[in-house]
Write a protein that binds this ligand. Structure first.
Ligand code: MN
Length: 221
């Protein structure tokens, strides 16, 4: 699986997909399920859960509450272990807009039972991601609007500055748990305003400075 690189004919081959949970205060508050002082944590999605912009995400089985989470995605260009915050930005190839698609009912249920999150987070087609914009073209994304609309109606609308843990801290923290490798993606968490979708909905995610991610929700198989 590979993502298109904006402004070029080349592609960014993806190795792993990491996601940060609980990284915007207002989203933690709307979820009403964790201590606001808890540190953010990581989970993974399978690489073949990627969906490119313009494609369709089939409505998944085993849920009646299928939700989007718009997120800034970091694409790792240089691997490393135990990376310092100060050195972290040197490891980034580029940035993209992503949706952390979630079976919210299954996620809540597994959380309450103390079970893993896979059924709620790591299912087929759960990881739409837009084109990767190289740092060489857009610089580092550390501020600006992050938003999503459904059928043209605004849903999530916030700013990157509201992240609790910023990108250098996320990279440093994650690289103390895993060896980061070129090709890894990191979804950096979502602001408030998550909501359910239904078949036929068109989702447009945006981060200032990057091209939009647009997907359609399809009927389940
Ligand atoms: Mn998320």
């Amino acid at each position: 699986m590979a993502l298109p690189v904006a402004g070029s004919a080349s592609a960014f081959p993806v190795r792993r997909i990491y996601c940060v949970g609980r990284n915007y205060l207002e989203h933690i508050r709307e979820m009403k399920e964790s201590d606001e002082r808890d540190p953010p944590f990581f989970f993974q999605k399978p690489r073949d859960a990627l969906v490119l912009t313009g494609q369709t995400v089939p409505y998944p089985p085993q849920t009646n509450d299928f939700q989007f989470e718009v997120e800034l995605v970091v694409a790792i260009g240089k691997g490393g272990r135990a990376i310092s915050k100060e050195a972290a930005l040197d490891h980034i190839f580029g940035y993209a807009v992503g949706f952390d698609m979630t079976r919210r009912d299954r996620q809540r249920e597994s959380g309450k039972k103390g079970l893993p999150w896979e059924i709620g987070k790591s299912f087929d087609a759960s990881s739409p991601c837009g084109d990767v914009h190289p740092v060489a073209q857009v610089g580092h994304i550390n501020q600006g609007r992050i938003a999503v609309s459904v059928n043209g109606q605004s849903k999530q609308d916030s700013v990157i500055e509201k992240m609790i843990w910023h990108v250098p801290e996320i990279i440093s923290n994650l690289s103390h748990q895993y060896d980061l490798v070129e090709g890894d993606l990191i979804y950096t968490g979502t602001p408030a305003g998550v909501a359910p979708v239904v078949p036929g909905d068109v989702l447009r995610g945006s981060v200032a400075g990057l091209s939009d991610l647009v997907i359609t929700i399809g009927h389940g198989s």
